[in-house]
Design a protein around this ligand. Sequence first.
Ligand SMILES: [Zn+2]
Length: 280
Amino acid sequence: MYDYEALRRDVCKLCKSGVECGTIGRSVSGAHIVYFHLGPASGAQMIVQGGIHAREWVTSVLVTKQVETLAREKLPLGIYFLPMTNPDGATLVQHGAGAFPEYAASLKTVNGGEDFSMWKANLRAVDLNCNFDAMWGKGESNVTEPAPSSFIGYLPASEPETRALVNFTRAVRPAITVSYHALGREVYYEFGQTGERLARDRRIAGIAADALGYRLVHGDLGSAGGYKDWCVRELGIPALTIEIISERFSHPLDESALEGEEKNLWLPKLIAEMLKTKNS
Ligand SMILES: [Zn+2]
């Protein structure tokens, strides 16, 4: 099982091997939201993030493996990797509410029991991927009170994890972002953009979907308040949501579901090369 402690061990290992590591901020419980950086420090940058939904922690395994895979590759632009943007959620799914004694009683009430394996939210029962300031609260499946998933939070960016991601993204000003989720083997890219921006984003998403053998999904399918949504709407950049893992699997997932997902290890490099070619 790949938990926050396993990520910390990978930080030590990769840091010792010369990979730049750091933190973009802290979670509700004070856990670090870790980043790795590969490639040029200046010029265009990309952000790849995983693990924003607690039960999808296998995406954290994938993003860390991307860092290991690409660490010695020559990259045409800088890439920030954020493997686990909801570290408390991952801990809750993997180790239960006992890991957070002060929150345990209220978490169990919201969850309706001790089994947190299907939990998606953070420690305050806010679904971080509904908490961004992009048509906030307008999503079809949004709920307005604490829940294992889909609770929009008390205000846009009410959660420390959301604010950390917003502040970091504004500081980096990436050319593109990629968000990893599970499951379905699909690529999403649309959130109300039109004209040339829509054509650009559709082309990039189509190349990514073809490379992975995934389905390209058009439209926003009633999504709102997600990180990808915010990147498209507020920053005007292409932003992909990639749902890994075949629908033959079902939640809760473990590492065995990553078999057959190896093409994703190279996807950030492929996207970086595509952007570089386009701009040069
Ligand atoms: Zn998700």
